[in-house]
Ligand binder design. Sequence first.
Ligand SMILES: NC(=O)c1ccc[n+]([C@@H]2O[C@H](COP(=O)([O-])OP(=O)(O)OC[C@H]3O[C@@H](n4cnc5c(N)ncnc54)[C@H](OP(=O)(O)O)[C@@H]3O)[C@@H](O)[C@H]2O)c1
Length: 348
Amino acid sequence: MPDSVASSSLTSRRVYRLISHEGSPQIRTSEDATPALGPHDVLVRIEAASLNYRDLLILRGQLGAVRDGLIPLSDGAGHVAAVGEKVTRWKAGDRVATIFYPDWIDGPYREAFGPTALGGGNADGALATQIAVPETALVRIPETLSVEEAATLPCAAVTAWHALVVRGQLAAGDTVLVQGTGGVALFALQIANAFGARTIILSSSDEKAKRARELGAAATVNYRTTPEWDVEVRKLTDGLGASHILELGGPDTFDRSLRSLRAAGRIAQIGVFTGKGPQSNLFRLQLINATIDGINVGSREHFEALNAFITAHGLKPVIDSTYGPDDVPAAYDRLASGRHFGKIVIKL
Ligand SMILES: NC(=O)c1ccc[n+]([C@@H]2O[C@H](COP(=O)([O-])OP(=O)(O)OC[C@H]3O[C@@H](n4cnc5c(N)ncnc54)[C@H](OP(=O)(O)O)[C@@H]3O)[C@@H](O)[C@H]2O)c1
């Protein structure tokens, strides 16, 4: 352990781990030794973390096997507590957030990144009071955001940015269709608004739809009471359809998304609410010269561009609720309930 750690009285950390107990997953806490740092590693004091739908799937074992004792969650933010002897990017006290794929710095996605995603498979995540990560696997928190707000960004916000801006090349006057009012959805709404695009939100709740309109949605459709929401979306767009669609539902929503899409438009294939791998007839895609972009979160470069945009436009993440260090199971329950509007944060 480098001197910088030894001298800082950081000798132990509180860690949350996924443990399989009699066949059902549980979250257990323990006090562990502060992780050792390699020369290029940074010790981050994680002060807040946030939940994504992925974390529920991981807890339920629906995203494949995870190592027993895995530290969950991809999203964490806090302060640099100590740095390895060769670290040049950070110093103690810097405000930082984790990146989802520690090795995806810039350029195109590579399949080798997959198993390294924080908080899944065999890769420990951010739900601990201290974590050690390579110095390249962090971004600086926007000065306009608190640590709790910054903890909402690494997965959901980067995904929305990658989909709409990097791949979607969003422009003023475009029309964006977004499913639901969860984390990815509300970041998409805020980003689209800031671009001067028009946003239509689908929600199962009239109360959440009202809040989405207050946040700037031009129109909302209740997908429960209007199951043929694609027809409504076409009416709301003078029969043309939306130019950009964030597909969060999966097999049960994909065909309606295709029917809601404008000629030459783009669907960002992101979500798995109703399962994986839509089996769609893609003839309509050909007919209207449209594009499907497969989106898998994003790179550090995407995250840094998003942070600059957040600062320039004064965007504030929508936080549904904040839970304390002893209430992690309650935070997961809130996510599972589907009653949330925006992001769920855990303060460590
Ligand atoms: N590909 C990637 O890189 C990537 C990254 C992040 C997330 N995702 C995926 O994207 C989706 C959203 O993730 P998240 O973390 O933002 O989720 P979340 O915060 O848990 O969003 C939950 C909300 O989504 C809405 N919803 C649920 N089922 C729906 C359905 N069948 N049709 C339309 N809306 C539905 C509901 O909103 P209302 O209550 O308003 O109806 C629900 O409250 C998930 O499937 C997640 O796995 C993928």
